[in-house]
Structures are given as structure tokens and as C-alpha cells.
Design a protein around this ligand. Structure first.
Ligand SMILES: *Cc1c(COP(=O)(O)O)cnc(C)c1O
Length: 393
């Protein structure tokens, strides 16, 4: 039997995409836990470096297990190429920094993961890059900000932690008219629920730490885009700065991809059920979940996504102390700032993930003292509902 050249469906690609068996014909993917490679002759070494031979030379550049993870994720996403990184932040950092130089202009949505915000507000200006933030849900603000030549546009949808949903196709159009490349952080949606490339995005980034591993075991990241971008622009940046994914973590993530859709779909079903329960309770002034008709961008969600996601944000009447009381009384749901895990996790963004921001900036992002972010895992949703019911009293 030879490996099929037929186009395979996404579910099949999750288990077979990128599979490159060794001469031992192992069933499961091999773990190449090595840093370097050897050459049969000095000439072979020379030809490996000048490009005459296409082979592995050093695991900072390329490793067989990491390459399988990259090929499998690219196949699932429907992207021409993928580069894996040690963390999600290494992916965001290198995807953005490899493209800008002093004098460039960048436009981004305001509601972003904390460290992504830091890169745009603290790091980029140090190198002479100007950054303009907009309310991602307001197309007029995007239009105004993109009325000048722009190098990059960066957004996250749904956003962390308030689950704003941005019209990716409309922003892609405006970005391209301004000469910009659109980079989408697709972590909250996962490759299962949203395909930014089909909406016009040029580059997609992931923290593989979240749903891709999804079992709380290791950090990882990935950048997907064209062959030209991955090989000629991002490739040299990664090769020479070194935020490489470890082969061991690549192996864990590669095996995780095999069950990604099952895990995401199961957690989504639980999240919808729990969100409906939370919305029925009087303790909350707001329950934000993309699958509730009360979500401000519900129509857009249905157009742009194939599911509603595993994250819920709730705003408690009564602010911080009431929020802390709820966190402390939950017995099944863990207090943790991670997300996209098989275990349900909850956190108070005001005092944890977004603590560093000023009160004014937090409020501008929709983060109040009563806001909680809940990542729904794989438990029986009725146990999660019971946990909240008992904790709320
Ligand atoms: C977690 C996260 C990141 C960063 O990923 P790490 O793997 O923690 O470095 C970036 N963007 C979003 C939206 C995230 O949730």
C-alpha cells in the first residue's frame, strides 16, 4: 500500500495529514528527539548547506517530527505552508516582526490577548513602527484607520476575553485596499470553527497550547500562510532568532490534532448548554457567548463561523467581591488563566490576565471588575451547570 494522493477530507487529514513513516513502518508518528544530523561526507555537509541537497541539518531549522506537525496543521487549515513555534506568543511575535521595519504603520483591533497588546503598544514603537488601535466591531473605525498606507493589520476573533466578533471578510477587503497584509489570531475559534483564509486573511496564527494540545500538557504555536511568506520572509526570521518548537512538544501536538474536532465539538455543545443556563440566572448582568441570539454579532457569527466556541464571558452584578465569591465556591471548574483545556477553567481578567492594563484601558476593552472568563472543557455539562447552580446558591 502506498500513501494516497487523493484529496482527503479534513477529518481524515487530522489523523493522516503529514504522516511520514520511517523505514521501520511504525503506526504512530515517530518522535525524533535529536538536535542535529550527520553527513556521510564533507561534500554532503557542504551540499546540505548550499541547498544542492534538500535534507535536515539542525533542529532549530527543521526536524522530522516538527515537520509532520506543520504539514498536518497546514492540511487541516487548508494553508499552503506552516511554521511551528515554541509558544503562541513566539508565533504572534515572529509573524508580525518579520514583516515590519521602521516607518511602517500597523492597525489592530483593541480587544487582544495581553501579550499581543504588549508587542503592539510597547515593542513595535521602540523600532519606529506606529500602531493604531480600533474598536474591531466598528467597520467605520477600520475604514478611517486604513485610509493611509498600512503594512499590517492584526486582529483576534472572537476576542479575549469579551468574545467580540469581527467581520474578517470586510476587514480583509479594507486591509488589502490599504496595501496591508491581514494577520488573524484564530486561537478562540480553532481551525475547526473558522477558516480565516477563506475569508481573505493572508496569515493565521495559533497558540497550540490552547485547543490544539487542549489537555494542559505543553506550550506551542504555529504560523500559517503562503509558501513564499513561510519560506522567504518568516523562515529566515525563525531560523536566525530561534523560537523553535521542541520535537517532543511537536509530537504531543501532532497526536492531539487527531482528536481536535471531537474535543472542540464536544466542548462547544457543553458551552452552549452552560451559556443558556447562565443567561437564565438573575445574578449576571451580561452573558456573552457567540451562540446566544443575545450576542451583539450573532448574525455575523452564524455567517463566519461553523460553531460558537468553547469560551463564555459573564458579568456579575455586584463586581469583584461577588465574582471572587463565585470563583471560590466552584468545586468542579478550576480557577486558572489557561483556556481551551479538557478541564473547565475560569478566571477574573481584571486581576489576572489583564492586571497590567490601566483601569481606563480595561474598561475600553469591555473588561469590568465583575467580568469572568470561562473556558468550557469536556466534563458533562450537567455537572458544570450543577457546579454553578450550587455556587450561586
Ligand atoms: C494564549 C494566547 C496567545 C499566546 O499563546 P501562548 O502559547 O500562551 O504563548 C495568543 N493569542 C491568544 C488569543 C491566546 O489565547
Amino acid at each position: 500500500m502506498t500513501q494516497s494522493d487523493r484529496p482527503l477530507r479534513p477529518r481524515t487529514l487530522q489523523v493522516r495529514g503529514g504522516l511520514a513513516r520511517t523505514q521501520f513502518k511504525e503506526t504512530s508518528e515517530a518522535l525524533f528527539l535529536n538536535s542535529g544530523f550527520v553527513y556521510d561526507s564533507a561534500l554532503e555537509a557542504e551540499q546540505s548547506f548550499d541547498g544542492t541537497l534538500n535534507r535536515m541539518v539542525y533542529s532549530r531549522f527543521k526536524n522530522p517530527t516538527v515537520a509532520m506537525f506543520e504539514a498536518r496543521l497546514a492540511a487541516i487549515e487548508g494553508a499552503p505552508a506552516c511554521k511551528a513555534t515554541a509558544t503562541g506568543m513566539a508565533a504572534v511575535h515572529s509573524a508580525l516582526l518579520c514583516q515590519v521595519r521602521a516607518g511602517d504603520h500597523v492597525v489592530a483591533s483593541r480587544a487582544l490577548f495581553g501579550s499581543c497588546q504588549w508587542i503592539l503598544t510597547e515593542l513595535m514603537p521602540r523600532y519606529g513602527v506606529t500602531v493604531k488601535f480600533v474598536d474591531g466591531t466598528d467597520l467605520d473605525q477600520w475604514r478611517t484607520a486604513l485610509s493611509q498606507p498600512t503594512r499590517l493589520v492584526f486582529l483576534e476573533s472572537p476576542s479575549n476575553p469579551t468574545l467580540e466578533v469581527i467581520d474578517i471578510a470586510a476587514v480583509a477587503d479594507l486591509a488589502h485596499k490599504a496595501g496591508a497584509v491581514l494577520v488573524v489570531d484564530n486561537v478562540f475559534a480553532t481551525p475547526i470553527l473558522q477558516s480565516p483564509f477563506s475569508l481573505g486573511a493572508d496569515i493565521v496564527v495559533y497558540s497550540a497550547t490552547k485547543h490544539i494540545d487542549g489537555q494542559g500538557r505543553c506550550l506551542g504555536g504555529a504560523v500559517l500562510g503562503s509558501e513564499e511568506f513561510c519560506n522567504d520572509v518568516l523562515g529566515p526570521y525563525l531560523r536566525n532568532t530561534g523560537p523553535t518548537l521542541s520535537p517532543f512538544n511537536a509530537w504531543v501536538l501532532l497526536k492531539s490534532l487527531e482528536t481536535l474536532d471531537m474535543r472542540v465539538e464536544r466542548a462547544c455543545a457543553g458551552a452552549l448548554k452552560l451559556a443558556q443556563f447562565l443567561e437564565s440566572r438573575a445574578e449576571f448582568s451580561e452573558v456573552l457567548y457567540p451562540g446566544l441570539p443575545s450576542h451583539p454579532q450573532y448574525e455575523l457569527v452564524k455567517r463566519q463561523m461553523r460553531g460558537y466556541g468553547t469560551l463564555i464571558a459573564v458579568e456579575l452584578k455586584g463586581g469583584k467581591q461577588v465574582a471572587y465569591d463565585l470563583l471560590d465556591k466552584l468545586e468542579v471548574v478550576d480557577i486558572s488563566n489557561n483556556l481551551g483545556d479538557s478541564k473547565s477553567l475560569i478566571c477574573h481578567p481584571w486581576t489576572t490576565t489583564h492586571q497590567r492594563l490601566s483601569a481606563e484601558d480595561k474598561l475600553a476593552m469591555g473588561i469590568t471588575e465583575g467580568l469572568l472568563r470561562l473556558s468550557v472543557g469536556l466534563e458533562d455539562p450537567d455537572d458544570l451547570i450543577d457546579d454553578f447552580a450550587l455556587a450561586l446558591g
